[in-house]
Design a protein around this ligand. Structure first.
Ligand SMILES: [Zn+2]
Length: 58
């Protein structure tokens, strides 16, 4: 699917439906955690740079 990336805003990218993940690293006083964000369409570059869960072509 070609479209606009929901993360970086580039046009004409090969985008895939993903769910953004907000990763909090573990610290001395708090355990690490992963929170789920919104469904977005991301290009390949953003999928390699940012944590996410791939939902597939949609
Ligand atoms: Zn992007």
């Amino acid at each position: 699917m070609t479209g606009t990336c929901g993360s970086c805003g580039r046009d004409d990218e090969d985008v895939v439906l993903v769910r953004r993940l907000y990763v909090t690293p573990e610290a001395w006083d708090t355990p690490g955690k992963v929170e789920q964000g919104d469904e977005e369409r991301w290009c390949f570059v953003c999928r390699t740079h940012y944590p996410h869960e791939e939902l597939g072509q949609a």
